[in-house]
Design a protein around this ligand. Structure first.
Ligand SMILES: Nc1ncnc2c1ncn2[C@@H]1O[C@H](COP(=O)(O)OP(=O)(O)OP(=O)(O)O)[C@@H](O)[C@H]1O
Ligand SMILES: [Mg+2]
Ligand SMILES: [Mg+2]
Length: 773
């Protein structure tokens, strides 16, 4: 626990720290970095402080005449000026009169609240954009020279990229919490790779995000600890017992491997590792199947470990574990990639700072948006390396067969909240079906695929759906991507069955003749049709395409029920019907205009979910999906199983899990038995370094790897020194915890990294009618 406290302090130091770059550009970077540094504890600062920090960041931009910010400002002023000019004198006088009439205090407070909320929303939306712009500004002034020597990038042009260079970059990234600094390291690495060995860029990039291929290809690392410990022991000549003991002390097998290596004397020096060799071997390890798979894997791992030097063993082991956890968010990697493509082009050296900055901003927007539509580096990288940026969109178009990350919704607590948020916008209501998200693709060659919300191939899970799907398609429809929910379905009674029934369906090796749980598909969106992307179209248009291109088929395929009205009574009735029909509530979506476009991978405010269970509770608005990180041994009736559990949420910025509550209710005896059996496979000897556990005197009896995700409801949320969720965002040292949490169900469609994030927990906390403290 002491280690955890230490971690908080270190974090604090980093946030305050400003690195000295030595030149002017670095100074600007320093200012901007301190803005980014504050991101993590954004909300624990007073508002003033935050505005000040933001202004430092934006300040530089405002001075430059052509900046995008200023243009926006001007546009706004012009619009207002025009509008004012069009008003008659009479109207203007009336305006003045209105201003002078004093409003009652409550009304003013309410307005204040509204303004605050609107501002918050806008801030959130602008934040990412602002970060991209700031990064572009810094990178335009940035020279990779200093960073290059720090990261030891001295290998010869044409040679393979050494693994040591990658590991030094990882080390530098791990030592900071600042996104911008991480971007600098990555850009330096990528630019160098592009210049010296562009064919190594793909493996370098995959190694940075610790993946072997796109998610839909389904090849994953994540070697069990016992196997890794065995390999470490065998390759270093230390006993397994000593390795285990060391692991218990540090909580990081990577560090144990590194230390074991340094205490070992080698007689002959094996050839230094290269990124491509390690990547290929990792792929082999992930692919090995069959009887002697274990021995085969250990063999490969040992082969790599023997050749490791310095900190290489540390990162190699972490890569094998499938958790690099050095704070490299995929968005940062994407933006670094875009920057390095621009900066590695010879013409960029001749560009003026401002021009370069524009080009960088353009590249980041472009690469991110193309990646959203075609999430495959295998396809994007060659286009980026071999062709002009301007051709990227044309060359890398969305296509059937490559799954998109689905658009997600924001929770709300009441229909009035929905009406308030969507005021002035046409919107549409749909039933919210309670099943599993399914993205259905039909490729031009006639084959079909079904993907989960995580882009996993679910075609083998739903062979029955794949088989039937041709009947639903009208002859004019050749290729498509549909966004749907698969729900358990009773063919006799012709009704939806609860989620629990669906979850009893087998996940693997499903044979059509053995299927006991039937599913029906409810389609609510059409993202692509006959070779054309529909993402930019409004929901109205996309729905039209859906209705035109498909036909409902009894017991198999339906269009999501919808109703377009803004009458609250009608919506209420529609909601009641949805519940009667075994749905969870409603999804309310903006229907027309730009905001009605489909935003892949985004939790958008243009889609709101209203769940019946949470209406009028004044509480939280939605359930949470949390990771089981530890357990307490049961007593009395629960002897021999775990009696209660410690749960955590995910911090995507650091890759850490932060504890959020202890959970002991909502389980059946059956559940507890099952969970004991499953979870005991994931026990680890000590609390890992990527768990932030706070100052809780009640430590669990066992710790688990972050594998199992449960859906949990709670009465409300409060600040607590015992838990760490969102620490630094609302309170400097304390986190947020769930009060009266209750187990709802397993979420085996979610991985630990898809669980509720620290920022979402903060949002839930802040949206409570009255926060407890
Ligand atoms: N008409 C609909 N439109 C969009 N999504 C729908 C619809 N009906 C059901 N869904 C499902 O609702 C999900 C969103 O709400 P839900 O609360 O179930 O989210 P979740 O799966 O717990 O994930 P998260 O809480 O992260 O959003 C979608 O991902 C989709 O699977
Ligand atoms: Mg759901
Ligand atoms: Mg949910």
């Amino acid at each position: 626990m002491a280690g955890q406290k230490g971690k908080q302090t270190t974090l604090g130091n980093f946030l305050g720290e400003k690195k000295n770059g030595g030149n002017k550009a670095a100074e600007t970077a320093g200012n901007i970095r301190s803005y980014f540094g504050n991101r993590k504890d954004k909300k624990d600062n007073s508002n003033d402080k935050e505005t000040e920090a933001t202004e430092t960041a934006v300040g530089d931009k405002r001075k430059r005449p052509e900046s995008a910010n200023q243009k926006d400002d001007n546009d706004e002023t012009n619009k207002k000026f025009k509008a004012d000019k069009e008003k008659t004198k009479e109207e203007l006088e009336k305006d003045e009169e209105l201003k002078e009439t004093k409003k009652p205090k409550e009304e003013l407070e309410e307005e204040d609240e509204e303004i605050k909320e609107a501002e918050e929303q806008e801030k959130e939306q602008n934040r990412e954009q602002q970060e991209d712009k700031t990064a572009a500004h810094v990178m335009a002034c940035f020279s990779t020279a200093d960073t290059k020597s720090k990261l030891g990038m001295t290998w010869k042009e044409g040679d393979d990229v050494p693994y040591s260079v990658l590991c030094k970059t990882f080390e530098a990234c791990e030592a900071t919490t600042k996104r911008l600094e991480i971007t600098e390291y990555l850009v330096t690495l990528f630019v160098e790779v592009i210049k010296k060995k562009p064919t190594d860029l793909l493996s370098t990039l995959y190694m940075c995000i610790n993946k072997l291929c796109p998610d839909y290809e389904g090849l994953e690392l994540g070697i069990g600890e016992s196997l890794l410990m065995k390999a470490v022991a065998e390759s270093t000549g230390r006993t397994l017992k000593v390795i285990q003991k060391d692991y218990h002390k540090t909580g990081d097998l990577g560090t144990v491997a590194k230390n074991s290596k340094s205490s070992q004397s080698t007689l002959f020096k094996p050839k230094r590792l290269t990124v491509t060799h390690v990547f290929k071997t990792l792929t082999k390890i992930a692919e090995v199947k069959g009887n002697s798979a274990q021995a085969n894997k250990v063999g490969h791992i040992k082969g790599l470990l023997v050749a490791c030097e310095d900190n290489e063993a540390k990162y190699l082991i972490r890569q094998l574990e499938g958790k690099l956890r050095i704070g490299l968010a995929e968005q940062t990697v994407l933006s670094a990639l875009a920057h390095s493509i621009v900066l590695s082009k010879p013409e960029s050296a001749k560009m003026k700072t401002e021009q370069k900055e524009q080009k960088l901003t353009y590249a980041v927007d472009l690469v991110k948006s193309v990646y959203n539509q075609l999430p495959s580096y295998n396809m994007i990288l060659p286009a980026l390396l071999e062709h002009p940026l301007d051709e990227l969109k044309e060359r890398c178009k969305m296509r059937a067969g490559i799954p998109l990350k689905p658009m997600l919704a924001h929770p709300t607590k009441s229909l009035t909240e929905v009406l308030d948020r969507f005021e002035g916008h046409p919107f549409t209501c749909e039933f919210k079906y309670d099943g599993e998200r399914a993205q259905i693709h039909k490729l031009p060659d006639g084959s079909t695929k079904i993907y989960s919300r995580n882009s996993e191939d679910m075609s083998i899970r739903y062979p029955d759906v794949v088989e039937k799907l041709k009947k639903w398609i009208k002859p004019t429809t050749s290729s498509f991507i549909l966004d749907c929910e698969a729900v358990a379905w009773d063919r006799e009674k012709k009704c939806i069955l609860p989620f629990q029934v669906l979850s009893t369906r087998k996940r693997k090796d499903v044979k059509e003749e053995e299927i006991t749980v039937q599913v029906a598909i409810f389609a609510f969106d059409c993202l692509y049709m006959n070779g054309e992307s529909l993402l930019q179209e409004s929901l109205r248009t996309r729905r039209e395409k859906l209705l035109e291109g498909f036909q409902e088929t009894e017991n198999e395929f339906f269009f999501a029920q919808h109703m377009d009205t803004d009458n609250i009574e009608d919506i209420q009735t529609f909601l009641d019907v949805s519940i009667k029909k075994n749905c969870e509530g409603l999804m309310v979506k903006i229907y027309d205009g730009e905001e009605a476009s489909y935003e892949p991978s985004k939790r958008s405010r243009n889609w709101l979910k209203v769940k019946k269970d949470y209406l009028g509770t004044g509480g939280v608005g939605d359930s949470m999906d949390l990771v089981v990180v530890g357990a307490f041994l049961g007593k009395g009736k629960r002897t021999n199983v775990y009696g209660s559990f410690l749960l955590g949420c995910y911090d995507p910025n650091s890759g850490d899990y932060q504890t959020v509550c202890k959970l002991g209710t909502g389980f059946s005896d059956e559940n507890l038995k099952d969970f004991y059996e499953t979870l005991k496979n994931y026990t680890i000897p000590t609390v890992p370094r990527y768990y932030q556990i706070g100052d809780n005197p009640e430590a669990p009896d066992v710790w688990f790897e972050p594998k199992v995700v449960w859906e949990v409801k709670c009465a409300d949320l409060s600040i607590s020194p015992r838990y760490m969720a969102g620490v630094g965002l609302v309170d400097e040292t304390r986190g947020i915890s769930l009060r009266f949490p209750r187990f709802i169900r397993i979420r085996d469609d979610k991985e630990a990294e898809d669980s509720t994030t620290n920022e979402q927990i903060v949002e839930f906390y802040e949206s409570q009618s009255n926060g407890h403290d």
